[in-house]
Design a protein around this ligand. Sequence first.
Ligand SMILES: [Zn+2]
Length: 450
Amino acid sequence: MFGQSPDWGIGTVRNAANHHSVGGVFRIRYPEVDVERHPTPGGVDRRLRSTAAVLTSLLALAATTLAAGPAVASSAAAGPCALPRTGAHHSLGVDSWNPSYARPDKTLDAVMIFLSFPDSEPLSTPAELAADYFPATSRFFERASYGKFTLRPHPLKKWIRMPKSAESYDIQRDWDAARRTAYLRDAVAAADPSVDFGQYDVVYLVADPDAPGVDSDATKVVNFDSPMRADGHDLKRLVTVFEQHPPDRNVLAHETGHVFDLPDLYHRPTDGKGDWDTYVGDWDVMGSQFGLAPDFFGWHKWKLGWLDPRQVACVQRGGGGRLTLESLEELPAHGGGAGGTRLAVVRTGDDSAIAIEARSSTGNDRSTCTEGVLLYRVRAGTESGGGPVEVIDTHPRTAACWDQSVYPPLADAPLQVGETFTVPDDGTKVQVTDRTLSGAWTVRITPGAL
Ligand SMILES: [Zn+2]
């Protein structure tokens, strides 16, 4: 079913394979390798909220002692851990921002355009479809960014009629480039009289969910090699939405993440079978829209500018010590700044690092399976979809939340209070010594000797 396309298979996302010459007008480059509807084992409804709120860490408070030792200085220390941005698609390098993307550290305006087709009368209204995505998506980003980013939606109030039947576009996940181009060009042309494209940073094209052939597998971001022009404005990418009504929760947050240069964190099995979620499980919406803890990784927040470099502690070889990590999801007290240290990093190579952050059952992660200190590897030279982030399972022999997790083996990946874990092959040791009364996590990090 999947994996037929040599262009978008895992590990084959390369420039040459993603340049489609389309009538000499513009080329589609790097269509995101998105399937937004993973197979759900046993047909479990992943939208069920976790009622097993985790209390173990609170209970463990009583049994811990404060570790002695120097505290890790976080102030202005992130520099040596800021991996360089590489040529990899959606590289997780954080030393610079790719200027061809809008940076979501302010208010951005998004237009949502609803497309109907002559062969199908819509059963929903544009307002009903807009309500599928907003304000939920804006709230997701508001929480994730600690209020630094506002996604301001501008949904059109009427349908925009496409010139051709839905069937004629033959909408598919691995879409024929010429048909996809025809669809995008027709959509922009049809909407142009109603939309001043120059006013918007993000463009969502939402197809009538009830039109024939509309298939959620085709939802993705399309990046252009040469921008489309509309209203004297360059359109560098479009978000094409082919969801059902109602859609999967958090689908739009995932797609919008690509608009801000975030990579796919899932693994696309080459044969279309097997597990999609082995890299990061539930732990970031770029891994799965069904994740129980879908807030963005601290590394993503650093890249996007939601974490100040002073909130990132670079733990250097030969250094290390005690550090208090504020929960990633916790909003800063009194609305000031983004709070204390949220991310610790041990650099492991030219383009790789181990990241350490605290995840708690609040905000975007209120349905999490497990609280605790999460460890993951980051590789700035790895392409989107190729595993740029891999969560490190500190409980490799056990799994959790079988009925709800997208990947139960990683659902219990975080380290709990009182536990110590040594990262294989690196020797970096992380010990969770305590949880403060305000809910922050005290850790002791000892980088391995290289
Ligand atoms: Zn994606």
